[in-house]
Structures are given as structure tokens and as C-alpha cells.
Design a protein around this ligand. Structure first.
Ligand code: ZN
Length: 296
């Protein structure tokens, strides 16, 4: 069998994947590599249709399709991880026109047998790589990288188990057959509790500093303790969040993620108004007030 495999998304920049508790681009590569290993070990031919860097999302997509269509493939498989609102969970597979072909149903069933909810086979005609590839195609959303339980399950079973689940489905190797479960009723999406800014901060702390915070938007001690000291010269997502918070309490700052003099001066005024030492350095006490997010 000749299989086109796409590790979903570029690594970073245009076309990169979703970021939740885990990073989609990193995990599509972990699962994809394991899947390719299995195929090769078992004598199948692999055409790797993965692109790590592209100038835009459209360039990324068209290059993937071009790589796939240059060959006569039996299958085109694109690995992805979902992200929604932190509450949604489970596995789903997208096929052209939502065709419920057996292999796709089996992919869902096999992955869900590892402990994920089975969301079923869905219409992927709107997805470029599903629509444009000539081979029988499947885009697999393994689970949700922003859902704490899915991430826990994923960390427990590991990428190799997911790769095996897919491999078994498409090669019809002997596996205990799992009855496809009906897709669960759509998860009601109550307005998430907590503070969206805090949620963004938790994601940033997890991704950048390897923290393991639950992304719940709740301003608890765990989140506070995870916050690093940030001062002039800093750059990036955490600085940008500090700027956003300062703006939300009335400061006038450009959200450029650069901790320069203007940001430092704003922090000083913020500290002064709250009876803190005016050093312009965002340490634990200042973070405490930033987490509160209250105006004076
Ligand atoms: Zn994706």
C-alpha cells in the first residue's frame, strides 16, 4: 500500500497548528512519525507530505496537496489535533462528503477505544486537503489539545498508540473489533467560567515555561506561582498579556509584546496606585494585582 502522510500544519509561523495545553504541530509530528514507522516496518510505501515552514497558510495547503497528488496514493492521511473552548473533547475523522467508509469508522472506533469519546466521521469537503487530494483521504482530529481530560488521556496512551489505532484501521490487521459508538450529544457550551485573560496566560505559561496548569481561567495560587518575574528587555506572549491587562485597567500601551520604557513606566504607575514598590518589575505582588485585573 502507498500512503501519503501529512503531519498537520507547519511547525511555526503561517500555517502552524492550534495551541492549547499541548501544541498541535508538535503532536501531529509525534503521531505522524510513529505512524510512518509502522507503515515502513510493515513494508508499505510512504510519501511524506509534511511541510515545516511556509510563507502563508494557502501556500502550505497547496504544497501539501501537490506533494500528495504527484503520486498515485492508496490513501492520504492528515493528522491533526482539535482545539475549541477547553470543554469539547474526543476524536473525529473528516472524509470527503462525510463518507462513512469503514476504515474511517474504524479509525474513530480504534482511537476512542484508547479512552477518547467517539465524535464520528464528519463532512470534510470544506477542508482543502480532503477536498483536493485525489487519493481516498482522511483528516484525523486525534483529540482536543485544549481539553484537560483529553490531554491527560493522550499523555497516558502516547502517540504510538494512536498511530497503531490508525494503522490497524487502514490495513485491516487483526484487532479486536470495537463497535463504533454513536457520537455523543453535542456538548453544551456554557459560557466558560473564569477570566479569559487568565486562560490565555495559563496557556502561555504552559507552552513557554512548561507549566502544567489547568486552563480554567481561575486566578488561583497555582497560576500565580507559575508567573515568572518580567522586566524591561523581556519580549513575547507573556509581556503582551501584561500589556493587555494594563490596557484593560486604563493604560494606553501598544500591544507589541516588548517590555520597553513605556511598559515599564505603566507598570510603575500601576504599582504606585496599588501601594506596591514602584520598581517597574512584574514580580509576584504585581502579578497578584494583574490577576485581579481590577481598575482603581
Ligand atoms: Zn489542525
Amino acid at each position: 500500500m502507498k500512503v501519503g502522510v501529512n503531519y498537520g500544519h507547519t511547525l511555526n509561523g503561517p500555517g502552524s497548528g492550534a495551541v492549547g495545553i499541548l501544541n498541535e504541530s508538535a503532536e501531529t509530528r509525534n503521531v505522524g512519525n510513529a505512524f510512518v514507522d509502522l507503515l515502513i516496518k510493515n513494508g508499505h510505501e510512504v510519501v511524506n507530505c509534511t511541510i515545516d515552514k511556509a510563507s502563508s497558510q494557502n501556500v502550505y495547503l497547496s504544497q501539501v496537496v501537490e506533494m500528495a497528488n504527484r503520486q498515485d496514493l492508496d490513501y492520504f492521511i492528515s493528522f491533526h489535533f482539535n482545539v475549541y473552548n477547553g470543554k469539547a473533547f474526543g476524536t473525529e475523522v473528516y472524509t470527503y462528503e462525510g463518507r462513512q467508509f469503514e476504515d474511517a469508522l474504524e479509525v474513530c472506533a480504534n482511537i476512542s477505544a484508547l479512552g477518547f469519546a467517539n465524535r464520528g466521521v464528519k463532512n470534510g469537503t470544506g477542508l482543502y486537503v480532503v477536498k483536493k487530494t485525489k487519493a481516498k483521504s482522511m483528516l484525523i482530529e486525534c483529540c482536543f489539545v485544549d481539553n484537560a481530560e483529553d490531554v491527560e488521556t493522550y499523555r497516558r496512551v502516547g502517540p504510538v498508540a494512536i498511530a497503531e489505532a490508525v494503522y490497524k484501521a487502514i490495513t485491516n490487521t487483526n484487532v479486536e473489533t470495537v463497535q463504533p459508538q454513536p457520537a455523543p450529544a453535542p456538548t453544551p457550551t456554557p459560557k466558560p467560567s473564569g477570566d479569559d485573560w487568565v486562560r490565555c496566560l495559563q496557556i502561555e505559561l504552559n507552552n513557554q515555561l512548561g507549566k502544567d496548569l489547568v486552563v480554567d481561567g481561575i486566578k488561583g495560587p497555582k497560576t500565580l506561582n507559575a508567573c515568572p518575574t518580567v522586566k524591561k528587555g523581556a519580549k513575547g506572549g507573556i509581556t503582551k498579556l501584561i500589556q493587555e491587562r494594563l490596557v484593560s485597567v486604563g493604560f494606553n500601551l501598544t500591544l507589541d509584546g516588548i517590555f520597553g520604557t513605556k511598559t515599564k513606566n505603566a507598570v510603575k504607575v500601576f504599582q504606585k496606585n496599588r501601594g506596591l514598590t514602584e520598581d517597574g518589575i512584574v514580580g509576584p505582588k504585581t502579578w497578584e494585582w494583574l490577576l485581579k485585573g481590577t481598575k482603581m
